[in-house]
Design a protein around this ligand. Structure first.
Ligand code: G3P
Length: 222
């Protein structure tokens, strides 16, 4: 399973990259706005900076347009920013057309805002490189986000679809573990969720004991 970080924060992307387990980055217009990045020129420069930190690893850059022509124009400009840009396209009618267009051009895509297995089938049929079901937002409505990952994984396996499942809207470590069990190809999550996987009280207790025993045994010895 691949690990992507879901942020536009350069320091956090660098920290995850230095951690050594990062496979890619996803962003969205809300995450860009959170970093105060506005205006096409600044947004493009920011994407270039992200792509440089994680050289060669996929970076999802989302289009703002909602019509086919606009998505194509925007996506083509984004794709020229760096070799590792993936065009993120919403699950709407013109989005499906745009996914299909970019597939034919050999430009990688990530179909976002996916909330049903039917949408995931459409995205795969259109040739999306990745599909992003939003786990946390489904759970927020008291439906079962993880069941959707299971369903998509089963359908893609039965049908032989090559689109990768990118579990998004991940909120905690349990989501990551459950998504792995459900057969996702990728999880994208905040740095806090990735780091949360580190924690276990028995690890801390065990390490403290190892170090204390070592100190005791070494006392008085050169
Ligand atoms: O990038 C899309 C997704 O991961 C958003 O997550 O937490 O805003 O639902 P969230």
């Amino acid at each position: 399973m691949k690990f992507f970080i879901d942020t536009a924060n350069l320091a956090q992307i660098q920290e995850a990259e230095d951690f050594g387990i990062l496979d890619g980055v996803t962003t969205n217009p809300s995450l860009m706005a959170k970093e105060g990045i506005t205006g096409v020129k600044n947004v493009h420069e920011h994407y270039k900076a992200i792509c440089k930190i994680v050289e060669g690893k996929p970076v999802s850059a989302e289009v703002i347009s909602t019509d086919f022509k606009g998505m194509v124009k925007e996506g083509e400009k984004l794709a020229k920013l760096a070799d590792n840009i993936v065009i993120k396209i919403p699950m709407i009618k013109d989005g499906i057309k745009a996914l299909s267009y970019f597939y034919k051009k050999g430009i990688p895509t990530n179909c976002t805002l996916v909330f049903s297995a039917g949408q995931a089938i459409l995205a795969a049929k259109a040739g999306a490189t990745m599909v992003s079901p939003f786990i946390g937002r489904i759970d927020d409505t008291t439906w079962d986000g993880m069941k959707l990952i299971e369903d998509i994984a089963e359908i893609y396996a039965i049908q032989g679809f090559e689109t990768e499942i990118l579990a998004a809207s991940i909120r905690n470590g349990k989501h990551i573990v459950d998504a792995a069990m459900a057969g996702t190809d990728i999880v994208t999550c905040p740095l806090s969720s990735i780091m949360g996987l580190l924690n276990h009280p028995l690890t801390d207790i065990g390490l403290a004991k190892f170090l204390a025993d070592h100190k005791k045994a070494s006392k008085g010895k050169k």
